[in-house]
Every structure is written in C-alpha cells, then in structure tokens.
Design a protein around this ligand. Sequence first.
Ligand SMILES: NC(=O)C1=CN([C@@H]2O[C@H](COP(=O)(O)OP(=O)(O)OC[C@H]3O[C@@H](n4cnc5c(N)ncnc54)[C@H](OP(=O)(O)O)[C@@H]3O)[C@@H](O)[C@H]2O)C=CC1
Ligand SMILES: O=C(O)C1=N[C@H](C(=O)O)C[C@H](O)C1
Length: 267
Amino acid sequence: MSRINIVVAGASGKMGSEALRMIEKDPTLHLVGCVDLRYNGQKVSEIDGLPKLDAKFYNDINQCFKEVKADVLIDLTSPKVGYKHTKAALLHGVRPVVGTTGFTTEQLEELTELAKEKQIGGIIAPNFAMGAVLMMQFSKMAAKFFPDIEIIEKHHDQKVDAPSGTAIKTAELIQETRQSKQQGRSDEEEIIEGARGANYDGMKIHSVRLPGLIAHQEVIFAGPGETLTIKHDSYHRESFMSGIRFAIDQVVNLTELIYGLEHLMLD
Ligand SMILES: NC(=O)C1=CN([C@@H]2O[C@H](COP(=O)(O)OP(=O)(O)OC[C@H]3O[C@@H](n4cnc5c(N)ncnc54)[C@H](OP(=O)(O)O)[C@@H]3O)[C@@H](O)[C@H]2O)C=CC1
Ligand SMILES: O=C(O)C1=N[C@H](C(=O)O)C[C@H](O)C1
C-alpha cells in the first residue's frame, strides 16, 4: 500500500503538534516536511514534545515543496499565513487540507478558482470535529423554525481570530434557511460598545476567550415561551483529528476546493 506524503504547516503549534501525533500513529501516512518559523533545518525528532519523526522543518513553504515530494499539505497556522500556504500548495500541485480559520470571502473565492483552474482537490474546513459539523447542520435545520438566534462561541485565550471560523460558518449555514430578521428592539442602545456582540444578518455572535477552554459553541434558538440550545464541546484537540484524517483520504480523489467538512461527510 502506498503511503500519503504529508507536509504540516504550523507543526509546532497546538493543532500542528496534534496532527504530527496522528501521523506518527498511522502507517498509511508519511510526514515528509514541516513548516514553522522557529526550527528551520532541525528534525522533528530533535524538538522537545514532538514525535520521533525524521522529517525536517522549513521556514519557507516554497522551499519545502521544492525539496520534498508532498501529496497533501495540512495547514494549521494563522489567517494570513494559511492563505499564502494554501495558494503555494495549489501552485505546486499539493492538495491542501486547511484547518486554519479567518480567511476572507475574497480569499476563499480566489483559492477556489485557482484549484478549479489547476484541477486540484482540497478542503478548507473551519472545524474538523465531526460533532461540530453536526451541530452546524442541526442549527441550519432549526433556523427554519426559529429565526431568533444568538451564537455563543467560547475558546482558549490564545486564539487570534474572533468570531471563530466555526461561528461564522454556522451563521452562513443558518442564513440558508433563516428568514432574514433584525432581532431585538430597533432602538436598542449599547451602554458599553460591543455589549450585544457581532451582528450577522440581524442575529448576534458572542466570543468568549478564557484560559482552560478548548473550543465550545452553543446556538440558542427562541420562540414564544421556549428556547432550543444546540451545543458542541471539544475538550481535547484530538477531537479534530478524525475529520482531518478523513479529509486527507478524500482530497486525493477531488478536483476542486471544498469549504466545509459537511460536503465530504453528508453530500
Ligand atoms: N479547523 C479546525 O478544526 C481547527 C482549526 N483551528 C485553527 O488552526 C489554526 C492554528 O491553531 P493553533 O494550533 O491553536 O494555533 P498555534 O498558535 O498554537 O499554532 C500556530 C502555528 O503556526 C505557526 N506559524 C505562525 N506564523 C507562521 C509562518 N509565517 N510560517 C509558518 N508557520 C507559522 C506558529 O509558529 P510560531 O509559534 O513559531 O509562531 C505555530 O506553530 C488557527 O487558525 C485555528 O483557528 C484550531 C483548531 C481546530
Ligand atoms: O482556534 C481554535 O482553537 C479553534 N478554531 C476553529 C475556529 O475558529 O472555529 C475551530 C475550533 O473552534 C478551534
């Protein structure tokens, strides 16, 4: 059985290091390179806390793609970097599996177009946890019946982007079934700016950042005399790995870039 050659960008980060542990345990995956700013030229096995793998660190993704033969890039970096890396992967014929959040609509459109032009499969998914994908789908279903909605997402305090990619994706999916509505009073007044959260088509998104949290979201739906709460919690970053593993196998057979794991899980 031939192995899938993988490059991990953001490999020493919280998610990247979890991805390395997943690769180490899977005999069908082969780590051929890592991209990060800190450890250029060093082997993964030389870095404290990372698995005993032979692949080398690069501080430049283009250099990495020139030196190693990669099938798939797993990108777990930051919004600006993730965009550059995804573009580089598509230009080098490497299939991107991107967990990085914070892409703009314009960036997503540009990358989708580039993948189409190059006929290269890939995925950008704001959340690779299977339960989170279902939470978003259930929210989309519920929004048809309850247009009054508030999304509360809670993450660790080292997270850069707000609202989370998951909250934005949830709002986008909800928008597909919810009748557009400005919630609350039209003369609502924020005594402290930001008190009512971010506005997305009249519904609100609230971002909580606290140490000790991993990734959590609840979507509250309300109608006269009732509420429905749909909630998902990731208690460990291992929760994202089954989705990433699944996506790796799928992108090998795709010729387009997909936004959201639901398209691979449920379509
Ligand atoms: N889709 C999903 O299921 C999930 C997505 N995420 C997303 O994944 C991303 C990473 O999250 P997390 O692991 O918590 O973040 P971390 O900050 O722990 O890791 C980010 C990594 O990216 C590296 N990095 C930063 N700049 C560059 C660069 N220019 N070139 C190469 N590497 C770079 C960092 O290196 P250094 O430390 O040296 O700066 C670090 O290793 C975020 O966008 C987050 O929202 C997170 C969880 C689940
Ligand atoms: O930064 C994180 O940790 C997470 N980011 C993703 C997001 O922005 O939705 C996915 C998950 O919530 C964890």
